[in-house]
Design a protein around this ligand. Structure first.
Ligand code: BTN
Length: 124
């Protein structure tokens, strides 16, 4: 059976791209995220991501999580998901994310977190 590999270049349905580097022996990885959209009025810049997969030895369907620390805003996004391998060897990453923005007071906490889903497919 063919196994999922997170390393490489991925694109989601919003048009965002991410590059994930080689996964190390502990399951850890880093990468770069180029979002196509922003909740801010800032100019978008490529931002670093850091995450891990489990189990560390590659499986057909593996789970993973990563954090993106946006370089152009005060927000962070965490993604959690699973890689699915179909019969044709095509990989899909099904994820859910939480986007946390900085608000000025606890009274604004209620509106500080967005939630959503993204599906990534491999470009390279
Ligand atoms: C910000 O607006 O403060 C930073 C950019 C956030 C982009 C979000 S993260 C979840 C969703 N998936 C994407 O590819 N982009 C948006």
């Amino acid at each position: 059976a063919r196994k999922c590999v997170l390393s490489g270049l991925w694109k989601n349905e919003l048009g965002s791209n991410m590059t994930i580097s080689a996964v190390n022996t502990d399951g850890g990885f880093t990468g770069l995220y180029h979002t196509a959209v922003t909740a801010t009025d800032k100019h978008i810049r490529v931002s670093p991501l850091k995450g891990s997969q489990k189990p560390t030895n590659q499986r057909k369907q593996l789970t993973f999580g990563f954090t993106v620390s946006w370089t152009f805003s005060n927000s962070m996004t965490v993604f959690v998901g699973q890689c699915f391998m179909d019969d044709k060897g095509k990989e899909t990453l099904k994820t859910m994310w939480l986007l946390r923005e900085e608000v000025s007071s606890p009274g604004d906490d209620w509106k500080a977190t967005r939630v959503g889903t993204n599906i990534f497919t491999r470009i390279k």
